[in-house]
Design a protein. Structure first.
Length: 207
């Protein structure tokens, strides 16, 4: 059984509760709108040189003996089942996909469930991450506040798009989706494009 003992201090608060209940902890829509007003607005940088594995890491980070991916699964699934001999490894559970609202049974190897970066790695790359060092990029790729367990179908539809290109088909998650994006971009000093900013404002105004 996954327990708080496996979670390092740097990540522990972000693994408490499920993102499906709202945006990042203690951030209301009105506060997110204020944060959005303060984000720089600019066109996207060129994507030249982008290589996901080389720039952001090919593997999930470990927190103690646990891969960050398994900690996110443990946070987001219900009826969670664990490997009897491998610490923290999630081998079963039920996901209520926040992006679609669908109920999905999780089993390793079926490909039905994935862990999404709400602000995609590529979007980060073209809105400021090119100035980061490798440690910051690795931290971003493993930040649980930016990670969300979702259906593979929705994750593939979203791709690397920002809020101007894609929003969850589940309207009940629009507010949390926008709030998370704004908080993450603020935390890491990223900018938004003009179209992205307009889309985020519209989503936050529905909260």
């Amino acid at each position: 059984m996954f327990s708080a003992g496996f979670v390092g201090d740097r990540f522990s608060e972000s693994f408490v509760g499920s993102p499906a209940a709202g945006g990042p902890p203690d951030v209301e829509a009105a506060d997110a709108l204020v944060l959005l007003e303060e984000l720089p607005v600019a066109g996207p940088a060129t994507g030249d040189g982008y290589d996901r594995d080389r720039l952001f890491g090919a593997r999930w980070a470990l927190v103690g003996d646990c891969a960050v991916r398994d900690l996110v699964l443990a946070r987001d699934l219900s009826a969670t089942e664990y490997h009897p001999r491998v610490p923290c490894m999630v081998v079963g559970g039920v996901l209520i996909d926040p992006y679609t609202g669908d109920a999905i049974t999780y089993q390793p190897g079926t490909g039905l469930v994935e862990v999404d970066h709400v602000v995609s790695l590529y979007n980060a790359w073209i809105t400021g991450a090119q100035q980061w060092d490798s440690a910051t990029r690795a931290a971003f790729a493993n930040d649980p506040a930016n990670l969300l367990t979702v259906s593979r179908r929705a994750n593939q539809d979203k791709g690397a798009g920002d809020a101007a290109a894609w929003v969850p088909p589940n309207p009940a998650y629009h507010c949390a989706f926008a709030t998370t994006q704004v908080v993450i971009k603020t935390r890491y000093g990223l900018w938004v494009t003009p179209a992205e900013r307009r889309a985020l404002v519209a989503l936050l105004q529905t909260c």
